[in-house]
Write a protein that binds this ligand. Structure first.
Ligand code: SF4
Ligand code: FES
Length: 360
């Protein structure tokens, strides 16, 4: 028996192409072009390997996964292999016939991202005219076609004033779940941090609102809430722990422990097809580097919580401290914690409005 339990879920990043240009996109700054994407046979093979490894869920993501004409076939293949299929989409390229084809192929769950509640501001954030209303039209169809439905509301300084309306909107769309996620500062979001960082007052108002609406709505709509790291004191268990629950496959077939792992210098990523997926997961160098606790420095190394949060986020530790093995500075015990809080307040107050839009 392997010492490494199988991953629960696999994120299949089918493409980096996307019609939207959100300034907080988690894709890397150097995105892959269409010619570097893997073909249908590749993804079929990966799905088979993932099912054999014990993966239970597959998230079809991107970029915008509906740009791939083979998406219904990939969903059907995953469903036949016994994987629960989730689609993470902007929804702007879908229509009723396309959505129905995905439902017929076995899609179980759809996650649609909203940029806000005000159409004009939402379209400005995604830099895609008319996108917001297209999303709403598709989101309304998801429950009608029998699929579970999450609305993702990514929040930041330039849309937090719309949070009450965003919650009402998700309710009116029949969402089972609303995920309100403050921007995580990796990839494009790190580049746009000064334009996105909420003020402390916004952060506190959002916390109060979410708590009140959760209590009021109960089981009618579950609200999950991802707090903004820069104002938190307790780090997130990023990815459920490095190499413990999740893996990412990039459009070119490289297997990554997290979507931002490419930012960490020196990590080498194996490719599906060149090594068995099981071997990559259990023994791949990139997965082994930060798996478990042996790599930890103080204060993590002697902390009672080290097997709960696994030291937080490696990519964030790198972005703030320059050392991917450092304690995530979100943690109040990190020597860099106060510096991170101060940086957040300074950027939020500076009032930068313009976005650098994500472009291939
Ligand atoms: Fe987690 Fe490390 Fe902070 Fe302990 S010191 S709470 S293990 S990040
Ligand atoms: Fe890479 Fe958190 S995003 S470990």
């Amino acid at each position: 028996m392997s010492r490494v339990p199988p991953p629960l879920a696999l994120m299949a990043e089918l493409t980096h192409r996307c019609p939207l240009q959100c300034p907080y996109c988690s894709n890397p700054l150097e995105m892959l072009k269409a010619g570097q994407e893997r073909d249908t046979a590749f993804w079929f093979g990966l799905i088979d390997e993932a099912a054999a490894l014990g993966v239970l869920q597959i998230h079809f993501s991107g970029g915008e996964p509906t740009l791939r004409a083979d998406l219904p076939r990939l969903i059907a293949h995953a469903s036949m292999a016994g994987l629960y299929a989730n689609l993470i989409t902007s929804a702007v390229l879908l229509d009723e016939a396309k959505l129905r084809a995905l439902a017929d192929a076995g899609l179980g769950h759809v996650q649609i991202s909203l940029q806000g509640a005000d159409p004009e501001n939402a379209d400005r954030i995604g830099n895609y005219k008319g996108g917001h209303n297209k999303k709403l039209a598709i989101a309304r169809l998801v429950p009608e076609l029998g699929m579970s439905h999450t609305i993702n509301a990514v929040v930041h300084r330039q849309n937090l004033h719309e949070l009450p309306e965003m919650i009402d909107l998700a309710l009116s769309l029949g969402a089972d779940r609303l995920e309100i996620a403050h921007v995580q500062y990796h990839g494009w979001a790190l580049r746009n941090r000064a334009a996105l960082m909420p003020t402390r007052a916004q952060f506190e108002a959002a916390n109060t609102l979410v708590e009140a609406r959760r209590a009021e709505l109960g089981a009618r709509m579950r609200i999950d809430y991802v707090v903004p790291d820069y104002y938190a004191d307790v780090p997130k268990t990023c990815m459920g722990g490095w190499g413990q629950k999740l893996l990412n496959v990039a459009p070119d077939g490289r297997v990554l422990p997290c979507h931002a792992a490419e930012t960490i210098p020196g990590l080498v990523f194996d490719r599906v097809g060149e090594q068995p997926l099981r071997e990559i997961w259990e023994n791949g160098a990139a997965f082994e580097t930060f798996r478990g606790t042996a790599w930890m420095q103080e204060p993590c190394a002697s902390c009672a919580l080290k097997e709960q949060d696994w030291g937080g986020c490696r990519c964030q530790a790198l972005a703030i401290t320059g050392d991917a093995a450092a304690t995530d500075p979100v943690c109040a015990l990190s020597p860099r914690h106060a510096e991170m809080n101060a940086m957040a307040a300074m950027e939020a107050e500076a009032g930068v409005q313009n976005f650098i839009y994500r472009r291939i």
